[in-house]
Design a protein around this ligand. Structure first.
Ligand code: 0RA
Length: 632
């Protein structure tokens, strides 16, 4: 090795170490965080590389295995990472991919890389954040293997056998020095892998969980069409044939599948380069513009009536997926899930417009069904608006006055204020007496809360409990939601821990999910965990949430000389007890409501609260162990 090569080699080595060290110091910058989400991101990062290989046309099988020893193995039948020495960096291409940040593009720039745009940082980040990685490459007739620890190679790239196959296999152990919890959850991985299989038709993706002996295989011949059928599985479609298209223009691939159902909610998800664009963006605007215009034009052309529909009118009962693939996506927004590329709007608009016009002309029956549905939605919206205007004076919603049932707090700064939504008058009374009135407000809910999954907004907003809640919380609902008008930054659902209580909690969660989702996304919605038992021993009180905790307490304090009280409901607690157990910020347990996976959440709410019985039975059967108290 010449002196010159030696020094550039060392320089390269130092750069690699600095790069990997940076990843270990600030993992959040590369994978978003070290929570459960960040942990699972490691799997997606590797799988994305295999998906890229498949999209380039060289791979059609990807396997993921969650193993007993805590590792994850991801293998594919692609070309295999090149094993030859990279001239500039003086090491094998495998080692470059494994140790250099953003090495992906260093090989063939011609490659059409679309997956993994969100973080898209590459396998080197997974390597840096794993206590150990084993990589095996089958290529050029040989099996090559190398081992890394915390990003640093501990063996050479060795040839360990012969093979006639090609492919890449990555096995990694997430580093417990980085991740507080290194337990992978089968359901989370399954949901993402299913989604990837829907979005990239023809790729077979297998998952196996050795720890619980579970496995699944996903392969969808019809891609997005299968995806929309999956979304509508828990609903009742109003036309048989789906609308679908797949077109490319100016290097942007646009794919769409949609189908209306008889429900009132929209179940529409948009993706850019396989990433769920929760915050929407130019592609979604292009789609909505085209859909609204196509339906309005059809209504006019066929003289169906004198209506001018808005984008809102077209959402009712719409299930669909819009998936675009863009060469250089610009992600914006708070969570970097909003597409910013302005050129994409026009491209999607023009493709969707021309395809929809053709579809409507060729399928007049379906076109008519969709127009009728949207017109009905527009009429209901119009009637609701007129009714509101007539009763404006009386309406709590618009008068700006607060509901009489609300016991408000003294503090006015929303970031310091809490609102307890309390089941029943008796618990409401105790909560009003027991609370810290400076910053805690109480709203007792006594009437029936409407099931928003089965009603249109006109009926929903005629429901007393719903309107009082909306005016107490401030910030409005739906399209008009404005977080700057919220009166509390903690809204805490407090119900009994029994069947009725769980039912009310689910009804409230469904309402917040469908009509105030930004409140959940901001992390402002909580569930209070009230205790089931109070144990008294040696003049000390212990509050425990369930039987398991009770067992643990007995292990600690012994099983003799104690008194035990089982709480039947919140109403049985006196104001002091309620404060001590469930409301005192220093002692209470509250659970933040989070939606990690909007598609799974939609499925759960429509299963639990929708009107199809069969999926509900299946769901309860599958989840019976986790949710003994689930009442539907
Ligand atoms: C660099 C270059 C080539 C393929 C890959 C990387 C590659 C990476 C991964 C990661 C997981 N599976 C993968 N499969 C392939 C192109 C190789 C060539 O030109 O033959």
């Amino acid at each position: 090795m010449s002196e010159n090569t030696q020094s550039s080699y060392d320089a390269g080595k130092i750069q690699v170490l600095e790069g990997l060290e940076a990843v270990r110091k600030r993992p959040a910058m590369y994978i978003g965080g070290t929570d459960v989400k960040g942990l699972h991101h490691l799997i997606y990062e590797v799988v994305d590389n295999s998906i890229d290989e498949a999209l380039a046309g060289f791979c059609n099988l990807i396997s993921v295995k969650l193993s007993n020893d805590g590792s994850v193995m991801i293998s594919d039948n692609g070309r295999g990472i090149p094993t030859g020495i990279h001239k500039d960096l003086n090491k094998s291409a495998v080692e470059v991919v494994m140790t250099v940040l953003h090495a992906g593009g260093k090989f063939d720039k011609s490659n059409y890389k679309v997956s993994g745009g969100l973080h898209g940082v590459g396998i080197s980040v997974v390597n840096a954040l794993s206590s150990k990685v084993i990589i095996e490459v089958k290529r050029d007739g040989k099996i090559h293997k190398q081992i890394y620890e915390r990003g640093i190679p501990v063996t050479e790239l060795e040839i360990i056998g012969d093979t006639s196959e090609t492919g890449t296999k990555v096995t990694f152990f997430p580093d417990s020095e980085i991740f507080p919890d290194v337990n992978f959850q089968y359901d989370i991985v399954v949901n993402r892998i299913r989604e990837l299989a829907f979005l990239n038709k023809g790729i077979k993706i297998e998952i196996e969980d050795e720890r619980n002996d579970k496995q699944k295989v996903f392969e969808f011949e019809n891609g997005l069409i299968d995806f929309v059928e999956f979304l509508n599985k828990t609903k009742t479609p109003i036309h048989d044939e789906l609308i679908s298209l797949s077109k490319e223009s100016n290097d942007v691939v646009v794919e769409l599948a949609m189908q209306y159902n008889d429900g009132y909610n929209e179940t529409f998800f948009s993706f850019v380069n396989n990433i769920n664009t929760h915050e929407g963006g130019t592609h979604l605007i292009g789609f909505r513009t085209a859909l609204t215009r196509a339906v309005n034009d059809y209504i006019k052309r066929k003289k169906i009536g004198d209506f001018r529909l808005t984008g809102e009118d077209l959402k009712e009962g719409l299930a669909g997926i819009l998936s675009v693939k863009v060469q250089e996506p610009q992600f914006e927004g708070q969570t970097k899930t909003k597409l910013g590329n302005s050129e994409v709007k026009g491209i999607v608009d023009s493709i969707v417009s021309s395809e929809l016009n053709t579809f409507f002309e060729e399928n007049p029956n379906i076109a008519k069904i969709i127009c009728d549905k949207c017109i009905m939605s527009a009429k209901a919206r119009d009637a609701a608006r007129k009714a509101r205007e007539l009763t404006r004076r009386k309406s709590v919603l618009e008068s700006g006055s607060l509901p009489g049932k609300l016991a408000d707090c003294q503090e006015k700064d929303p970031s310091k204020c809490e609102l307890y939504l309390v089941e029943g008058d008796s618990a409401g009374g105790s909560a009003k007496q027991g609370r810290a009135r400076e910053f805690q407000a109480i709203l007792p809910l006594r009437g029936k809360i409407i099931n928003v999954e089965k009603a249109r907004f006109d009926r929903i907003f005629a429901n007393n409990e719903i309107t009082t809640m909306i005016s107490a919380i401030g910030g409005n609902v739906g399209e008009e939601f404005d977080s700057s008008k919220l009166r509390y930054h903690k809204v805490i659902i407090m119900t009994d821990s029994d069947v009725d209580g769980n039912h009310i909690t689910t009804l409230l969660l469904t309402f917040f999910y469908r009509y105030m989702r930004p409140l959940i996304e901001a992390g402002y919605l909580y569930i209070a965990m009230s205790p089931l038992y109070r144990v008294k021993k040696d003049k000390k009180f212990y509050y425990v949430q369930d039987d398991k905790e009770l067992e643990e307490l007995f292990n600690k304090i012994g099983k003799e000389g104690y008194e035990i009280q089982r709480y039947k409901g919140l109403g049985e607690m006196n104001p002091d007890q309620l404060w001590n157990t469930t409301m005192d910020p220093d002692r209470r347990m509250i659970k933040k409501v989070e939606i990690d996976d909007a598609i799974a959440a939609d499925e759960i709410f429509s299963i639990l609260m929708g009107d199809k019985v069969e999926p509900r039975r299946e769901f309860i059967f599958e989840h019976a162990k986790e949710a003994k108290n689930l009442d539907v």
